[in-house]
Design a binder for this molecule. Structure first.
Ligand code: ATR
Length: 263
C-alpha cells in the first residue's frame, strides 16, 4: 500500500487525509494518507523516507513550506519564485518540491466568479502562503497589492521580493476592493483581528484562507455588513486536486460530494 502524509505543526486541523483518502477510494488506488506532527529536525527523515520509497508523496504545511526547500533536490518554477513548497514527490530519483497553492488560489478565484482585474487588494499576513497568493494575483491583472503584517519586517522582506507590492504598517487605514486574511487569526473560534473594519464603503470582498472553522469572525462580521465573503475551502480542495494529479497522473473529481466532505 502506498503511503502519503502531510506534515505541519499544528496539524490536527488538516482535512487533507479526509480528502485524499476519499479520492483513493473512489479511484481504486491502494494507498493511505495521514497527518504527521513534525519539528524542523524531522524534515531530514521525511526526505529520507521519500528517497527510500517508504513514503510515496507528501504535503507540507505551516510552518515548513519554506524550510523544507533546504532538503530538496529540485524545485518547480512556481516553488522557485515563491520559495514556498507544499507538495513533494520523487521523480527519477530526485525529490522535487512543487507549489500547488498558486493554482489552488487561482482556481478558487475563478470558482467565485469575482473579476480581479483592476482591483485594489489588501493582504493581511506575511506567512507561508502569502507569496503564492501574491504571485497568483500578479498574474490576474489586479491594479494594486498591499500587504499589512503585525511584524512589519516580515512584510518588508516580501516587499523586497515582489517589487510591485506596497507594504503598510499593521493598523494603517484600510483601503481595498478585496481583503484577504492570510494570518492564522481565525483558526481558533474566538480569534478576532484587531483592525477597524468600519467605514469601508459597500460591496467589498472578504476572503479568508482559513477553511476550518468554516466561518471565522472576520467573515461573520463582513457578512453582517453585507460584503461578499468566501472561505479557503475551494483553495484547499484545488491545491489538493493539483497535488493528487502530480502524484497519481490522474485528475480526481471535484463534485458536491467532495465539497460536502470538507466541513
Ligand atoms: P509563519 O509566520 O510561520 O509562516 P503562518 O501561519 O504562515 O506562519 O503565518 C502566520 C501569520 O499570521 C503571520 O503573518 C503572523 O504575523 P507575524 O508575522 O507578526 O507573526 C500572523 N499572525 C498570527 N497571530 C497574529 C495576531 N495575533 N495578530 C496579527 N497577526 C497575527
Amino acid at each position: 500500500m502506498k503511503k502519503f502524509i502531510v506534515i505541519g505543526n499544528p496539524i490536527d486541523h488538516s482535512l487533507s487525509p479526509k480528502l485524499h483518502n476519499y479520492w483513493f477510494k473512489v479511484n481504486n488506488i491502494n494507498a493511505e494518507y495521514h497527518t504527521k506532527l513534525a519539528q524542523v529536525s524531522d524534515l531530514v527523515n521525511l526526505i529520507n523516507s521519500l528517497r527510500k520509497g517508504e513514503i510515496e508523496g507528501a504535503n507540507v504545511t505551516v510552518p515548513f513550506k519554506n524550510e523544507i526547500i533546504n532538503f530538496l533536490d529540485e524545485l518547480s518554477p512556481e516553488a522557485k519564485v515563491t520559495r514556498s513548497v507544499n507538495t513533494l514527490l520523487k521523480d527519477q530519483g530526485k525529490i522535487i518540491g512543487h507549489n500547488t497553492d498558486i493554482a489552488g488560489f487561482e482556481l478558487a478565484m475563478r470558482h467565485t466568479k469575482y473579476d480581479l482585474s483592476q482591483k485594489n487588494i489588501l493582504i493581511l499576513g506575511a506567512g507561508g502562503v502569502v507569496p503564492s497568493i501574491v504571485y497568483a494575483l500578479e498574474k490576474s491583472k489586479v491594479s494594486k497589492i498591499t500587504i499589512m503584517n503585525r511584524t512589519f519586517e516580515k512584510a518588508k522582506i516580501l516587499g523586497e521580493r515582489f517589487k510591485n507590492i506596497e507594504v503598510k504598517k499593521w493598523g494603517s487605514q484600510l483601503n481595498f476592493d478585496m481583503i484577504i486574511n492570510a494570518t492564522s487569526l481565525g483558526l481558533s473560534k474566538n480569534d478576532k483581528i484587531d483592525l477597524r473594519f468600519e467605514d469601508l464603503g459597500d460591496n467589498k470582498f472578504f476572503y479568508d484562507v482559513i477553511y476550518n472553522p468554516i466561518q471565522t469572525n472576520f467573515l461573520k462580521d463582513a457578512k453582517r455588513n453585507f460584503h461578499k465573503t468566501e472561505n479557503g475551502k475551494m483553495m484547499f480542495i484545488y491545491q489538493a486536486h493539483q497535488a493528487f494529479t502530480l502524484w497519481h497522473k490522474k485528475m480526481p473529481d471535484i463534485n458536491d460530494e467532495v465539497i460536502n466532505l470538507i466541513k
